[in-house]
Write a protein that binds this ligand. Structure first.
Ligand SMILES: Nc1ncnc2c1ncn2[C@@H]1O[C@H](COP(=O)(O)OP(=O)(O)O)[C@@H](O)[C@H]1O
Ligand SMILES: [Mg+2]
Length: 313
């Protein structure tokens, strides 16, 4: 069973709407569900009209939610690094290191890595506690890159561990004329930190990829750009053996259009639906109609109920 489900897609296609209503659907049928919002433009709170923050909160029966942000997580991490450094180095060095940390925290990739760490922490710690963990993600490219991180990070951490072991050995040779013992290597603080991280990445990879517990659902609209982007994203995910659970075509127009403008819009939509069917012919494709109103707490149930009989095309 896929217990971890990622909803991805371009901005505005309906990821937050679909992930929130899917999570609600699973919770309503009795499954203990956790909804995790990782999109910096947090609108999960808006949809449920409940303040959701960075600790897990129960929002409805069987449904818990949390909103996490790369910016906040990277700040927390950097602060903890600062805190532990203060205890071991002189104030002058702390000042210099603080400069470096500030530079690092605004460099691209830091927030991404911090967000990824928080995501894998949730997956590792909560996978057994919940029947479903649903992620509402930031626009596609970002998330796809995040998911390919276990593979990349794993290799990178491994290289760092090897390098550090080599320099510990060199130091030991210089001081004692012999290589460091396994115990000495194990006790090296740097190696300890790297190993801990490496183990976490492997654990996340095992849950997400090797055990096929994760599946990625793309939300698109019947338009050209989301289709092209999804083709690229699927190629990357499949390269990393991540299951693509299906594609939801959201905001489909009603069939019985009257005036010329909408009849022509509907014809265009049908053309794109055919392209979608052809392009993703080995994938499950589902549709959700365009509703009259925006998604709010009082009508999220409408889309949620649709997941019970969601139409496969
Ligand atoms: N099926 C739908 N019918 C009507 N409005 C929708 C539907 N799906 C999404 N919306 C609206 O479209 C906008 C974007 O949806 P949202 O879920 O926030 O997209 P994303 O998270 O992908 O950026 C919101 O105003 C939402 O209420
Ligand atoms: Mg969103």
């Amino acid at each position: 069973m896929n217990r971890i489900i990622f909803f991805g897609g371009k901005g505005g296609v309906g990821k937050t709407t679909c992930s929130a209503s899917y999570a609600l659907y699973e919770a309503n049928r009795g499954l203990k569900t956790l909804l995790v919002s990782t999109d910096p433009a947090h609108s999960t709170s808006d949809i449920f009209e409940i303040k959701i923050n960075d600790s897990i909160t129960n929002i409805l029966p069987n449904l818990d939610a949390i909103e996490i942000s790369g910016e906040k997580e990277s700040k927390k991490y950097m602060d903890s690094v600062r805190g532990s450094l203060k205890q071991i180095v002189s104030p002058i060095i702390v000042k210099e290191i603080n400069k470096q940390i500030d530079a690092a925290s605004i460099s691209p990739g830091t927030e991404e890595a911090a967000l990824f760490d928080k995501m894998i922490e949730i997956i590792i710690e909560k996978a057994d506690e919940y029947d479903k963990i649903v992620f509402d993600t930031a626009p596609t490219g970002h998330t796809v890159r995040l998911l390919s991180l276990p593979e990349l990070l794993g290799a990178w951490l491994d290289t760092l561990i090897q390098k550090r072991s080599k320099s510990v050995n060199l130091m030991s040779m210089a001081l004692k004329g012999q290589k460091a013992s396994n115990k000495e290597l194990e006790n090296d603080e740097v190696i300890k930190v790297l190993k801990r991280r490496y183990d976490k990445v492997l654990q996340a990879k095992k849950i997400m990829i090797d055990n096929h517990q994760l599946s990625f659902i793309f939300v698109i609209n019947a338009e050209k750009l989301p289709i092209d982007e999804t083709v690229k994203a699927i190629n990357i995910l499949e390269k990393y053996n991540i299951t693509v659970g299906g594609i939801i075509v959201n905001k489909l127009l009603p069939d019985n259009m009257q005036d010329e403008f909408w009849i022509s819009k509907k014809e265009q939509e049908t053309k794109y639906i055919n392209i979608i069917k052809e392009t993703f012919k080995n994938k499950e494709i589902y549709t959700i109609p365009l509703l009259k109103d925006d998604m709010r707490a009082d009508n999220i149930g409408t889309i949620s109920e649709m997941f019970a009989g969601i139409v496969k095309i």
